[in-house]
Design a protein around this ligand. Structure first.
Ligand code: NAD
Ligand code: MN
Length: 348
């Protein structure tokens, strides 16, 4: 391949501050990857308030037709319903069929010869569960009544299950924990749990995952054990909402949301995205941690097969965190977004 075309969707809030850091990290790789080309794409709440649409058709079209991959920053979604607005990230995951959200959570050991205390991957189903956003409000004799549909399909559960086993197979411990609540939700979570469990027994995958061990755990106790003994987890596979919550919780264990990357992965497209949101509380101060965004670029490259480039970025981030001289306030430092980015670029 001659070039690598990357769509950049900074979005809102600190997305605009951290996506340039990821772009710089990719540029710093030189000939380890095909020559990168970047295309700026619009989406988000601010775009909605100015132009009336949160996800312009053009953004989707350029991603589908021209880009090899993309990086997404964050978008702000108001807590109260705004007529005509719907989160563009939820929509993008659907239209590009990015059925898996892969979120590695890894701590940096004080010494490079030590094992990290936390080293797990949350594999989150990315297209269904309560995120189908089918909600209704009724007015009854007893007041308002709200309902939401929670969709779990065999197809999406199998897809995400296979992704989890595939990732586990490539890791030293090769262990998958299925997260569910089928003691209460026996039909929906029951389907998820059974379908994921059956993945290794499918005829077309026979023998492929024999070396992967499987455990399962109810979501609430999984959070409890995650905080008490995170080392028991390797790959955690979960329906959409549980996966969302679990990954923010796991981020707390490694010090900050500002460290945790993700990719939205489908069979045809990969989109990197830091796990955090638009962080309005720190926007515009040049103190947002760019490392989650930089690591998302690395993870995206890894999924595209550019392992060497990905490793150079990951090692640079690790060294900057380990040295601890140039870190943003979320990690207890006095550094800035641009300062941390410079430190990483130097290491790359
Ligand atoms: P958030 O993730 O934006 O922030 C949570 C806390 O973590 C805040 O205190 C914030 O300052 C801190 N934080 C997050 N990223 C950081 C970084 N890189 N460096 C330093 N500190 C960081 O979650 P929130 O405050 O609940 O949500 C804010 C907005 O973001 C909401 O509108 C929400 O809808 C949106 N959001 C978007 C996405 C997404 O685009 N994928 C994800 C989550 C939340
Ligand atoms: Mn989230």
């Amino acid at each position: 391949k001659q070039s690598l075309k990357v769509g950049l969707i900074p979005g809102d809030g600190i997305g605009v501050e951290v996506i340039p850091a990821a772009k710089e990290a990719i540029l710093a790789l030189g000939s380890d990857i095909p020559k990168p080309e970047f295309v700026d794409l619009a989406a988000g709440f601010e775009h909605f308030t100015r132009h009336g649409t949160a996800l312009p058709d053009e953004t989707v079209q350029i991603m589908k037709e021209e880009c090899d991959c993309a990086l997404f920053g964050a978008v702000s979604s108001p807590t109260r319903k705004v007529v005509g607005y719907s989160s563009p990230i939820v929509a993008l995951r659907k239209v590009l069929d990015l059925y898996a959200n892969v979120r590695p959570v890894i701590s940096v050991a004080a010494d490079s010869s030590q094992k990290p205390a936390v080293d797990l991957v949350v594999v989150r189903e990315n297209t269904e569960c309560l995120y189908v956003k089918q909600e209704e409000l009724k007015f009854t004799e007893n007041g308002k009544e709200a309902r939401a549909t929670r969709l779990i399909t065999e197809r999406a559960s199998r897809h995400i299950g296979q992704m989890a086993f595939e990732i586990a197979k490539g890791r030293p411990r090769k262990h998958v924990t299925i997260i569910h609540k089928s003691n209460v939700l026996s039909v929906t979570d029951g389907l998820f749990r059974e379908t994921v469990r059956e993945v290794p027994t499918l005829p077309e995958l026979a023998g492929k995952y024999d070396d992967v061990t499987i455990a399962e755990q109810i979501v609430d106790s999984a959070v409890y054990r995650l905080f008490r003994e995170p080392q028991i987890y390797d790959v955690m596979v979960a329906p959409n909402l549980y996966g969302d919550i679990l990954s923010d919780a796991a981020a707390a264990l490694v010090g900050s949301l500002g460290l945790v990357p993700s990719v939205n992965a489908g069979d045809k497209f990969i989109m990197g995205e830091p796990v955090h949101g638009s962080a309005p509380d720190i926007v515009g101060q040049n103190i947002a941690n760019p490392l989650a965004s930089i690591r998302s670029a690395a993870l995206m490259l890894r999924f595209l097969g550019y392992t060497k480039g990905a490793e150079r970025i990951d090692r640079a981030v690790e060294e900057v965190v380990r040295e601890g001289r140039e870190l943003t306030p979320d990690l207890g430092g006095k550094g800035t977004t641009t300062g941390v980015t410079e430190a990483v670029l130097k290491k790359i």
